[in-house]
Every structure is written in structure tokens, then in C-alpha cells.
Design a protein. Structure first.
Length: 285
């Protein structure tokens, strides 16, 4: 099929983009960046925006740079930018490890980091990353700019805190301390398929015990979130099988899994336990 008719706009500056969005948002105007989610739904006429505001030519939105103690990721930075570490240290290695789980290579050439956040699919690897690491999003409109924490930004399935006339201009991830260890584990039924469940673990070590534990779960509930019960099970303990199993049990007990025609809640809960254990072991190895 082919998309329904729409009017195409190609702003060159952020100011022009947000002005256009303010004008066309009430008439179902949409932002086009990577287009890997929007364009297929338009082709099947599941989405029929009257206006597309193409931000690919907007100056500065393709910037990816270290700003102090944060990694700034512009709205048009592609997934493929992370195929190799974009910053020194553990964070760069983590992002380059996670990106290979996102769809397929051709899709990663066009899809964008911020577009994934704006889509807010529960199975989004970048949404889980942003939530677990306490990332922030910058939203701009004709009314001004605001910063939104990742946990508040993602409100539910395909639902964010963005107003219809707001443009997500960048995401920021904090640079973790040098002693931070990361582990990521995901399960899907076919290579490149949507994650049935995934876990991102991070922690530091001081005097042989775990500090600053973070454990996030995605693909299981309506939005990714950190699991404080699992983090509490890790805090102050020596890394190893006993602590990791306690955290995996706590994570499995804390989630309220979704169900669908292929996956029961119990199955997802079991996956959380297994993936948590593997992510923690991966961080330790």
C-alpha cells in the first residue's frame, strides 16, 4: 500500500521546526527523523498524518558529543553511530554492545536514538538504557525548553510526556564512574525481533563489595523501569552467585509482566530471573 496524502515540510533550524510543529500539530502533524516506525505504519495507512515535519536537515540535530560529564545525543543521531564506542570507558563499550540487539543492520542506518525514545516501545533497548542510567530528554516548543527525566518521559506503551507540539531535540546520558561494571542481556525469539524481556545491570565496587547498583528491566511491563528490590539485594554485598541469585529472585518477584497470545506472565517473570542473573554475571566477568 501507499501512504495517504500529506504535506511535507523541511525546516532548517530548530526554531523553524518548533514553529512549524506548533502550526501543524493540531492537524495531526508528525516529526520525521529516522522514519523506521512511522513510515511503515503510514504505508499500511495505520497512521495518516496530514503533515510531516522532516528534521533531518535541521542544523545541529545530528551532533553526538561529550558535554562535561554527559553524553549528548541529538535527535537525528542514528543507531549506527554506536556500532563503535562513541566515548572512552565503560559507557561507550556498553552502548556499542546494546546497539547490536536493535532490529537489523539496514534499520540501524536510518533509525535514531531519540526516535526510539519518542516511540516508547516497551521493547526498546534505548528506552531501558535511558531509564536505568537516569538519562534526561530535552523538549522544545514555541513556549520554551524543558528537561524531562527518562522515568518521567516514558509514561506507558507508545506514550511519552511530550506534548503534541514539542520536539525532542536531544537525550543525555551521564558518564558513569570509572569503576562501573555493566551487563546487558536480552531474549527474543528471532534475531532482530522485539525483545520479550531484557535486563541492564550496572554497579561499582569498593573494598570488594557492590556499590551504586542499578538494575533495569524492559520488555516485561508497559514501560521499562529500575527494580529497587533487586538493587537493595545487591547493595553492600560481595559480587557472586549468592548476591546475584538473591537479586534475580527479587527482580522476578517485583515485576508485573504483560501477557500476549505468545507469552504468559509467568514466562516473562521466569525470563526476568534468568536474564538478571546473566546480566549480573556478565558485568562481573
Amino acid at each position: 500500500m501507499k501512504p495517504a496524502a500529506f504535506e511535507y515540510h523541511a525546516p532548517k533550524t530548530i526554531a523553524e521546526a518548533v514553529a512549524l510543529l506548533a502550526e501543524v500539530a493540531p492537524d495531526d502533524g508528525r516529526i520525521l527523523a529516522g522514519g523506521q516506525s512511522l513510515v511503515p505504519t503510514m504505508a499500511f495507512r495505520l497512521a495518516r498524518p496530514a503533515h510531516l515535519v522532516d528534521i533531518n536537515g535541521v542544523d545541529g540535530l545530528d551532533r553526538l558529543y561529550l558535554d562535561g560529564n554527559e553524553l549528548s545525543i541529538g535527535a537525528c543521531v542514528r543507531h549506527a553511530a554506536f556500532h563503535r564506542p562513541v566515548v572512552d570507558g565503560r559507557l561507550g563499550l556498553l552502548l556499542s554492545s546494546i546497539v547490536r540487539h536493535i532490529a537489523h543492520y539496514p534499520i540501524r542506518q536510518r533509525g535514531t536514538f531519540c526516535g526510539s525514545l519518542a516511540q516508547a516501545d516497551p521493547a526498546s533497548e534505548w528506552c531501558l538504557t535511558a531509564v536505568t542510567l537516569d538519562g534526561t530528554m530535552t523538549a522544545k516548543s514555541v513556549r520554551g525548553s524543558r528537561t524531562i527525566g527518562a522515568q518521567d518521559f516514558i509514561e506507558g506503551i507508545m506514550t511519552t510526556a511530550l506534548a503534541d507540539d514539542e520536539l525532542l531535540t536531544e537525550a543525555r546520558l551521564p558518564i558513569p564512574p570509572d569503576d562501573t561494571r555493566f551487563g546487558f542481556c536480552e531474549f527474543n525469539r528471532i534475531a532482530g525481533g522485539f525483545a520479550v524481556a531484557m535486563v541492564l545491570a550496572a554497579y561499582g565496587l569498593k573494598d570488594g563489595v557492590i556499590t551504586r547498583p542499578r538494575l533495569g528491566v524492559g520488555g516485561v511491563e508497559e514501560r521499562p523501569r529500575r527494580i529497587p528490590e533487586a538493587e537493595q539485594a545487591l547493595e553492600g554485598r560481595s559480587p557472586g552467585a549468592q548476591a546475584f541469585r538473591a537479586a534475580s529472585a527479587a527482580a522476578a518477584g517485583a515485576v508485573d509482566p504483560m501477557e500476549d497470545i505468545n507469552t504468559s506472565a509467568d514466562y516473562r517473570r521466569d525470563l526476568v530471573a534468568t536474564l538478571t542473573l546473566r546480566a549480573l554475571e556478565s558485568a562481573w566477568s
